[in-house]
Design a protein around this ligand. Structure first.
Ligand SMILES: Nc1nc2c(ncn2[C@@H]2O[C@H](COP(=O)(O)OP(=O)(O)OP(=O)(O)O)[C@@H](O)[C@H]2O)c(=O)[nH]1
Ligand SMILES: [Mg+2]
Length: 271
């Protein structure tokens, strides 16, 4: 089953972003460092009307550092940050200033719009830059419901936007987005998504799976079942509660408890 998630509010949010674009100087597209390709909106060029764009790889603290280094060397106009500890957030503004050197005064303020998939850390970035809780943040997709302007200082304006996806995810991109927490939980089959994650983890990070769960073989559904048994996710009669086991695996992945993991490399198949 493929995953699609493009609810009505995103269609409206996208329209409002396009309407606001004439008064935007620079776009920041926040990407998930664990899935830089799958989290990139293929329509970004048309949505931003080709405004100068800085890509920010966020959640680097959760991604495999070696893979992030590969991504950084293969992407143009990109910085890597980890907003859980403010690393690099300030450098983001310096890079934006370079993209629009004629802006940034009281008369001609630098207007930056922050775009990206749901739950990637757009509002967190704004809060770090503002050094206050200017925008609402929570660990679930679709928290920000409308655009919000935040003046960082005279001559510097940020615009937070609701996370948006696009009408059709290709190949495995939908699964990767779901594994990282960008997709609404009602739009996915959690056991299927966890099975996808388990397959990937055992093939690519077998040492991490072994040290966390004491398991080093198995495939998809069976592997989730083994993990569920190891974690005590049982129903009456001793059967594994697959839903609970799947939620547990995804939660442990998303919070970094399994380790620092990237779900795609620059050499992976294009989406
Ligand atoms: N580990 C880690 N967590 C982060 C980082 N940045 C943000 N988060 C967490 O990710 C979750 C989502 O952050 P938000 O800032 O609300 O994401 P958003 O992109 O604004 O999401 P929407 O408004 O739903 O589109 C929150 O729980 C943040 O604390 C990071 O660099 N590392
Ligand atoms: Mg937000």
């Amino acid at each position: 089953m493929s995953i699609q998630w493009y609810p009505g509010h995103m269609h409206k949010a996208k329209r409002e972003i396009i309407e606001a674009m004439p008064v935007v100087d620079v776009v920041i597209e926040v990407l998930d460092a664990r899935i830089p390709r799958s989290s990139e909106n293929p329509l970004i060029g048309s949505i931003s009307q080709n405004r100068p764009t800085l890509k920010v790889l966020n959640k680097c603290d959760l991604a495999d550092p070696e893979v992030t280094a590969l991504w950084l060397s293969s992407m143009k106009e990109t910085v890597a940050v980890s907003l859980s500890d403010s690393l690099g957030a300030k450098a983001v503004i310096a890079r934006c200033r370079k993209l629009a050197p004629d802006r940034g005064t009281t008369l001609k303020p630098l207007r930056i719009m922050i775009l990206g998939i749901p739950n990637v850390g757009k509002s967190t970035l704004i809060n770090h830059l503002a050094s206050r809780r200017a925008a609402k943040v929570a660990d679930e997709p679709a928290v920000t419901k409308m655009q919000q302007k935040v003046e960082l200082e005279k001559g510097l304006l940020l615009v937070d936007t609701p996370g948006i996806t696009w009408p059709k995810f290709e190949n495995e991109a939908g699964y990767r987005l779901a594994v990282t927490g960008a997709i609404g939980k009602n739009a996915m089959d959690v056991v299927e998504v966890a099975s996808f994650a388990a397959d990937y983890l055992v093939s690519n990070y077998p040492g991490l799976i072994r040290s966390r769960y004491g398991i080093d073989s198995g495939e998809g559904h069976d592997l989730v079942e083994k993990i569920g048994r190891q974690r005590g996710c049982l129903k009456s009669g001793g059967l594994v509660d697959m839903e609970k086991a799947s939620q547990a695996l995804l939660q442990e992945f998303r919070s970094g408890k399994i380790g620092r993991i990237s779900l795609e490399k620059p050499t992976s198949e294009p989406k």
